[in-house]
Design a binder for this molecule. Structure first.
Ligand SMILES: NC(=O)c1ccc[n+]([C@@H]2O[C@H](COP(=O)([O-])OP(=O)(O)OC[C@H]3O[C@@H](n4cnc5c(N)ncnc54)[C@H](O)[C@@H]3O)[C@@H](O)[C@H]2O)c1
Length: 252
């Protein structure tokens, strides 16, 4: 069993790396000796460039971006050990008010982007006979909340992609798992919070979790690191809840 440097020398792709959970994952992987292709639609990701971080500005749902990310890992580091499908977006609308465009935008990023990147990553990992994929799912993979139907449906789909791909990939030595995140203090709600303060909205909602607070992004990154590492060698198709107890609570 490996020790603290279990991702030392490994090569990862992290989507949505410029902010929040993805940034914390990238920083933790690098701190533990990994090299990361940091992919984000936000050019702010370019500022993360370092000997261990290769930024890629791309829309994960766009045709060719997954191929580009994998090619970058291969060109720069000659291998790919880990894909973290983290990028995600949310909208806040009742189903009756939601346009087809709204629905498709969420599905394209949260599900199709993860599918495309997983497909290309697995193709690169099969010849290596090893690898790991970690998806950032949510307690919304299982539970319903009014006004975020597209998001909950997308996160449920991501959980099922995790389980099904896990069955297909494990024969090649590739483990696929997910973290079911609870409320985390990030900017994801900035565009949907009435006052534009997504962090405050998440902090307030987090108080309803049994733990009484929302998480810091680093707390989710730790779970991702574990699932990525050989310490999780027997974990296949798991969606590990890290939600301060939100999903085991009965009632509101
Ligand atoms: N914050 C929470 O409470 C929470 C809870 C459960 C799950 N999650 C999940 O965690 C993941 C990360 O979210 P976060 O909270 O860190 O949000 P965030 O908004 O801080 O970060 C998301 C990042 O993804 C990037 N991104 C968005 N669309 C993209 C695209 N099409 N292509 C490439 N990059 C794109 C954004 O630019 C941003 O940098 C998401 O999948 C989200 O659904 C978050």
């Amino acid at each position: 069993m490996q020790g603290i440097n279990e991702v030392e020398g490994k090569v990862a792709i992290v989507t949505g790396a410029a902010s929040g959970i993805g940034r914390a994952i990238t920083e933790l992987l690098v701190a533990r000796g990994a090299r990361v292709i940091a992919e984000d639609i936000d050019p702010a990701v370019l500022a993360m460039e370092s000997p261990s971080v290769v930024p890629l500005v791309a829309d994960i749902a766009a045709e060719g971006s997954a191929e580009k990310a994998v090619a970058l890992a291969m060109d720069r580091f000659s291998r790919l050990d880990l894909l973290v499908n983290n990028a995600g977006i949310i909208i806040n609308k009742l189903v009756v008010d939601m346009s087809r465009d709204d629905w498709e935008r969420i599905m394209n990023v949260n599900v199709t982007g993860a599918f495309l990147h997983s497909r290309e990553a697995v193709k690169a990992m099969i010849p290596q006979r090893s690898g790991a994929i970690v998806n950032v799912a949510s307690y919304a993979s299982y539970f319903a909340f009014p006004t975020i139907a597209a998001y909950t449906a997308s996160k449920a789909a991501l959980a099922q992609l995790t389980r099904t791909l896990a069955l297909e990939a494990i024969g090649h030595g590739i483990r696929v798992n997910a973290v079911g995140s609870g409320d985390v203090l990030t900017n994801i709600l900035n565009t949907v919070a009435p006052d534009g303060n997504g962090v405050a909205a998440l902090a307030a909602h987090g108080k309803s979790a049994p733990i009484g607070r929302a998480a810091d992004p680093e707390e989710i990154a730790e779970v991702v690191l574990f699932l990525a590492s050989e310490r999780a060698s027997f974990m296949v198709g798991s969606v590990v809840m890290a939600d301060g107890g939100m999903s085991v609570k009965v009632g509101s």
